[in-house]
Design a protein around this ligand. Structure first.
Ligand SMILES: Cc1cc2nc3c(=O)[nH]c(=O)nc-3n(C[C@H](O)[C@H](O)[C@H](O)COP(=O)(O)OP(=O)(O)OC[C@H]3O[C@@H](n4cnc5c(N)ncnc54)[C@H](O)[C@@H]3O)c2cc1C
Ligand code: SF4
Ligand code: SF4
Length: 355
């Protein structure tokens, strides 16, 4: 892998040993995008006991627990001690714990595909969770399907640059006077819809609404995504996954009784295996179109923002990276911010009165 100036890693063939067989191109999901499958069913659901540690409705740990009970192995993304993000494996509930929570950075897969293959060859059940393109890549690598493999994709509108993330963590460490030791990208303790971005170090715990953190603001404004995310080959049911987990942002309209601002999952089953993965959970079937309305993870790929090239051309030499990033954040007009704040306060009051 070679990291480019934008901080993304790309595979590079070694010319000394490459025999030009073309196998890498024939399994590449970007070069060979699959046809979309029609979902079997869409559900709104939440697992009460998992809400606080999970980003959405806590369905992932439920599915992982089932696979562990059957003696299986779970693969998912964790935040490493050095604040990089990569995939890890788990054979116990304690090892699944750090996989919970969305990490808004492209996750390094290391040699995880080989490990999945090895466990499947031993007859073990495997749960692989990741972005749609990671699942498409895994399926392509394995070549043939396996009854023992369950794949769960997180809805995804794009992943930010790991190189930029590393620089940002260093800058946060300087700002907060101490190496950052913990990050929660989506802290729901205040609100799921208006969540906080939280970092910790020896000096304390620093929480800000995600819209006020320049990294998160640039992420949601699609400024710092991998170029392939602007022409995503794997979303819309093209990854071959059994199930899709998403935030059900339309819960207030589509399943009002679940709207407690603590997180509700939209669960889309693409296969019978995916349907049975959520057997045993209370679920409410919801219409796909209404449930996914306005959700970037299901929209057409985000357009490339006008200033993206300018941003990536200058971030490495910026003297004050945080100030530099803030300069690229597009603030919503004041009346929109006031409207959203008032709407949030009113819906909180309504929830308290009704339930
Ligand atoms: C980069 C990214 C973009 C997303 N964009 C959207 C979106 O546009 N719309 C939407 O509805 N939902 C999006 N999500 C998904 C959503 O935030 C939740 O992760 C999902 O609903 C699962 O919630 P949960 O409570 O069941 O899982 P949790 O218990 O919170 O578990 C988190 C799951 O996400 C996986 N994960 C975490 N970080 C990464 C990562 N960097 N790469 C690969 N897998 C990861 C873990 O392996 C685990 O399976 C995104 C998630 C990520 C990571
Ligand atoms: S798969 Fe074949 S073409 Fe691709 S890098 Fe390896 S040897 Fe070269
Ligand atoms: S938007 Fe598409 S290409 Fe980008 S990380 Fe998500 S699934 Fe992969």
């Amino acid at each position: 892998m070679r990291r480019d100036r934008q901080g993304f890693d790309y595979p590079v063939a070694n010319p000394d040993i490459c025999i030009g067989c073309g196998k890498c191109e024939s399994v590449c999901p970007v070069i060979n995008p699959a046809e979309p499958v029609k979902p079997l069913a869409s559900y709104a659901m939440k697992v009460q006991e998992n809400l606080s540690g999970s980003s959405s409705g806590g369905v992932f740990p439920y599915i992982a627990g089932k696979v562990l009970d059957e003696g299986g192995v779970v693969f998912g993304a964790v935040l490493n001690d050095d604040m990089t993000v990569g995939h890890a494996e788990a054979e116990t509930v304690a090892e699944v714990e750090p996989m919970r929570g969305s990490k808004y950075v492209q996750s390094d897969l290391y040699s995880v595909f080989e490990d999945v293959k090895m466990y499947l060859s031993q007859g073990r059940k495997v749960l692989f969770t990741g972005t749609p393109c990671q699942i498409a890549g895994l399926k392509s690598y394995l070549g043939k399907g396996s009854e023992d493999l369950l794949t769960v994709e997180v809805a995804c509108h794009g992943v930010p640059s790991p190189g930029l993330w590393a620089k940002y963590v260093e800058a946060l460490g300087r700002k907060h006077k101490g190496t950052i030791t913990s990050v929660t990208f989506k802290d729901k303790s205040r609100s799921w819809m208006h969540y906080n971005f939280v970092v910790e170090n020896a000096s304390g715990r620093f929480a800000v609404p995600y819209v006020d953190d320049p990294y998160m603001a640039l992420f949601v404004q699609d400024m710092i995504l991998r170029p392939s995310c602007h022409e995503c080959p794997a979303r819309f049911g093209r990854s071959g996954s059994d199930i899709i987990l998403a935030d059900m942002w339309t819960v207030g309209k589509v399943a009002e009784e679940l709207d407690d601002d603590k997180g509700t999952s939209l669960v889309i089953a693409n296969t019978a295996k995916g349907m049975s993965a959520v057997d045993g959970l209370d679920k409410r079937e919801v219409p796909f179109d209404a449930a996914t309305e306005g959700n970037g993870g299901f929209a057409v790929s985000a357009e490339i923002p006008q200033r993206r090239d300018e941003f990536f051309a200058g971030y490495l030499s910026a003297k004050d990276l945080i100030a530099y990033m803030k300069g690229f954040v597009v603030r919503r007009p004041l009346h929109v911010r006031v409207y959203r704040k008032v709407r949030h306060i009113l819906s909180t009051i309504k929830r308290r009165i009704t339930g």
